[in-house]
Design a protein around this ligand. Sequence first.
Ligand SMILES: NC(=O)c1ccc[n+]([C@@H]2O[C@H](COP(=O)([O-])OP(=O)(O)OC[C@H]3O[C@@H](n4cnc5c(N)ncnc54)[C@H](OP(=O)(O)O)[C@@H]3O)[C@@H](O)[C@H]2O)c1
Length: 299
Amino acid sequence: HCNQASYEDVEVHGLDPLAAPSQQIWGYETSWGSFAQFTKVQAQQLLPKPKNLTWEEAASYGLTYFTAYRMLMDQCDIQPGDRVLVWGAAGGLGVFAIQLCKIAGAQAVGVVSSEAKGELVKRLGAVDYIDRNEFKGMMRKGGEDPDEETARFKESRRFSKHVKELLGGEPDIVFEHVGQATFPTSVLTVKPFGKVVICGATSGYNLDFDVRYLWMRQKQIIGSHFANAYECYKANELIERGQIRPVLWRTMGFDGVGEAHQLMRENKHLGKISILVGAESEGLGRTAEGPGAIRAEVG
Ligand SMILES: NC(=O)c1ccc[n+]([C@@H]2O[C@H](COP(=O)([O-])OP(=O)(O)OC[C@H]3O[C@@H](n4cnc5c(N)ncnc54)[C@H](OP(=O)(O)O)[C@@H]3O)[C@@H](O)[C@H]2O)c1
């Protein structure tokens, strides 16, 4: 997995390495690249490979699963009976958020953009899904004039009401990573004293929202980033036991790197796409029986 921090840094010893000044994300924030046959890692970045998974299955989950684990398990301290709204529920983070809610005894509703994605989300344990195409008007673009914002807000209210109906109450937690387009709706929709936990901003990182809904109803916004070594280890155990499963949509050869990125850009993927770098074919590396990845299909 990707977290890197210097052993010389005092924060790494007994504090949280993710808050250490030396913390970096390997492959993205340093220049060592990715999709490589060989790579340099630090010892604390290594985890046991689940024996029941192939190489491409094992490679598919670290970044998004560990991030979702920290967001729900530690940052939000999810409890049995909690109600959770998950944006992008058939995406890389979402497929794990839904499964984590299920094993925590919480109820999740996932937001998606197609029926096929919705069916996947239900298969992963969500009580139901919402197709966001039915609420296009709620998306915040930024720069709306007062009349446009009034109309947008009305759609957000309609969405919140629908979420409440599906979950049997307002969500205790909203799982956010879409950012600008959805954040005002997330703050409105979460219940009083509830938590909006956010780790990304796919649609834009300048977030604006009506803060009265935050302070008057004493809601919390929690920023979250990846996971520390202990969280990764605990989360990985759930995969080893088959309680959480990777969701793999496609596996491609090395020459598919460009196409894979294009598919993600066009938002056509479900769960994850794996690239074979050293492995000669799919299906290698499994050394024990047990559930492998869930294979997601479109259409
Ligand atoms: N901080 C961290 O540690 C960390 C870790 C992992 C990821 N991230 C960030 O989190 C974000 C999501 O990552 P991911 O791997 O889950 O990506 P992903 O596989 O592309 O999934 C994101 C999902 O969000 C939904 N979405 C996209 N644009 C949207 C919009 N305008 N409005 C509503 N929903 C929209 C899409 O679902 P539908 O079309 O079905 O609605 C999509 O499946 C990225 O920005 C990533 O950089 C941060």
